[in-house]
Design a protein around this ligand. Sequence first.
Ligand SMILES: *[C@@H]1O[C@H](CO)[C@@H](O)[C@H](O)[C@H]1NC(C)=O
Ligand SMILES: *[C@@H]1O[C@H](CO)[C@@H](O)[C@H](O)[C@H]1NC(C)=O
Length: 246
Amino acid sequence: MAKLTLITSAFLALGNVVLGATCGSAGYDPAQYVCWQNQFLCPVVAGEGLSYCAGACYSKFMYQCSNNVLSVLPPATGPFQLTVSNPNLPSIHNKPITASGQRWWINGKTSSYCPEVVGAACPPGNITSIVAGSGGASMNVMVPGGQQVYLAPDWGVGYTQAHSAYIPSGSLTTGFGAYQSGGFVNLNGNGWPWVACPPTASGGGGGLWTLVAKNSTNAASLNLCTPINLKINPLPQGSAGAWQYT
Ligand SMILES: *[C@@H]1O[C@H](CO)[C@@H](O)[C@H](O)[C@H]1NC(C)=O
Ligand SMILES: *[C@@H]1O[C@H](CO)[C@@H](O)[C@H](O)[C@H]1NC(C)=O
């Protein structure tokens, strides 16, 4: 996994092209690269100028650099909310991932339900709260049996309905990396990012931007979608987000 996500900065040497900024003696386009130590260029990916660590460019959504040694961030230990990160896409930057209709959406309205009999113990249910571990993820709910998260056959994200274990065939339930103070990464895509696809004129996505995981086969068909990171925002330990998400 590391080899696919890390990009050596040597690979990015751009020679003497002059494009508005210089890094040492090399010209570069600041919209596409960041310069470290006036010497090393790292690309901007999903609006994040990658950081630099002893010869490698890395994403702070997955890695940390300590004493010039790169390591994967520790796993997220508690519940979290996800927000979109791509400062170049201000209309959805910092907006939440929201659960509705057994799918994850971008900046929609969280749909949840709590039986009346549960009463005062019902969580507000208005924030989409997730827990992750061992490569899998679940909705952070109280309903017995829980609600498992999966990468659906179309590589959008789905979750099981309460009281049901049904997952569409061809879905993937593992390969999610959830990193404390980092991001929620789809490791099934061999380094391809999450993308946000704009609402279509035909009404696709119900007027919302949709979340899809890119891969080598769907990349071309998603060329109108923009790479994003999913940032992990920790929520208080021990608090369910909803009785169940609907
Ligand atoms: C969720 O509901 C709680 C309780 O009604 C409220 O205090 C909080 O502001 C709401 N949060 C959001 C994001 O709507
Ligand atoms: C990529 O995603 C598409 C759905 O968009 C899926 O049909 C295909 O199997 C995936 N390809 C790989 C290599 O996993």
